[in-house]
Design a protein around this ligand. Structure first.
Ligand SMILES: Nc1nc2c(ncn2[C@@H]2O[C@H](COP(=O)(O)OP(=O)(O)OP(=O)(O)O)[C@@H](O)[C@H]2O)c(=O)[nH]1
Ligand SMILES: [Mg+2]
Ligand SMILES: [Zn+2]
Length: 299
């Protein structure tokens, strides 16, 4: 049996699930694969979203071996997804309540990929219109145009479908319990993904989704459901840090500061405004990063 190309749609323990671009006759479209030992020796990690070449296809058992991984166009490290074209950050308006520090950590991590970043405000049915609009305006100040959605009322569903359909591979990430899997179930009702109730004083999610998996939304268009987690690390490069804030990035072109290496704290001739909500978060984040890099140099 000859080789075939495909995309890794899920990982489970030692196996990769690969969906073939076009299955040769008699071969199932989805194969359970192991990795060539050569790959593991070279320390090549295979991620969901990776494009691969499979060989040694066993069409009866639906098995094959991944022989090669193509170069990636992008890599989101947490949750790990390769070759995404869009990152959707899903944050709930309530249950769990909106937390600006957590929201920023997710957004900064997403911005770091350099990909298009979309912001969804989930569970819009749980708050009043005024509350929702105020939050949307606030997030516009962060440089985003958040889409309000509800898997209860289907508000915003068509807009989300439209956005996702324009992107070959969208990763949906966010804290546990914000309704990522519920939303994918509304978009693709045949999926019947497991969802879990939120609990406790903080109405946190219970880490219901355990693995990253890609699902087909339309021809040539896939969406990744991912396990929620609660506190992404800050990106670790101080000089890039400013570029991860859209509302600051917009101010930096053309460069408004006297010095090329200005970090926009209190440097002479710094030309950025200070009257934006996340300015303090930017400066304290920068402080945290430089402490980290000092301690790693010392160590
Ligand atoms: N009121 C309301 N509840 C929702 C909505 N979407 C999801 N929920 C509820 O929120 C809870 C968590 O939903 P999930 O879809 O499991 O959340 P998740 O983001 O996939 O969580 P993890 O898999 O743990 O990361 C469930 O009880 C859902 O029924 C919504 O739009 N409105
Ligand atoms: Mg889930
Ligand atoms: Zn500056």
């Amino acid at each position: 049996m000859s080789d075939a190309t495909g995309i890794v749609v899920a990982l489970q323990a030692n196996y990769l699930e690969v969906e073939l671009d076009s299955a040769p006759e008699g071969v199932p479209p989805r194969l359970l694969c192991t990795r060539r030992t050569r790959l593991s020796h070279r320390g090549e990690v295979v991620h969901v979203g990776d494009r691969v070449v499979v060989e040694a296809i066993d069409s009866v058992q639906g098995r094959a071996v991944v022989a090669r991984v193509d170069a990636r166009s992008s890599l989101l490290s947490r949750p790990p997804v390769a070759n995404a074209s869009t990152v959707v950050v899903a944050l709930a308006v309530e249950q769990p309540g909106f937390d600006p520090d957590q929201a920023s950590r997710f957004l900064l991590t997403a911005e770091r990929t350099g990909l298009a970043v979309e912001l969804l405000l989930t569970k819009a049915d749980l708050v009043s219109r005024d509350h929702l609009e105020a939050l949307q305006v606030r997030l516009q100040g962060w440089g985003y145009a958040p889409i309000a959605v509800s898997s209860r009322t289907d508000e915003g569903l068509d807009r989300v479908r439209q956005r996702l359909s324009a992107s070959p591979l969208t990763v949906v990430c966010g804290p546990s319990g914000v309704g990522k899997s519920s939303l994918l179930n509304r978009l693709m009702p045949h999926l019947a993904l497991r969802v879990g109730a939120v609990s406790g004083r903080l109405q946190r999610g219970r880490h219901t989704t355990r693995h990253v998996e890609l699902f087909p939304l339309a021809e040539g268009c896939r969406v990744a459901d991912t396990p929620g987690f609660n506190r992404p690390d800050l990106p670790d490069e101080p000089r890039e840090f400013a570029l991860l804030f859209p509302e600051l990035r917009h101010q930096l072109d053309p460069w408004p500061c006297r010095f090329r290496d200005c970090l926009h704290r209190a440097e002479p001739g710094c030309g950025i405004r200070r009257d934006w909500e996340r300015y303090d978060l930017y400066t304290t984040g920068l402080e945290e990063l430089s402490k980290l890099s000092r301690s790693s140099r010392a160590g």
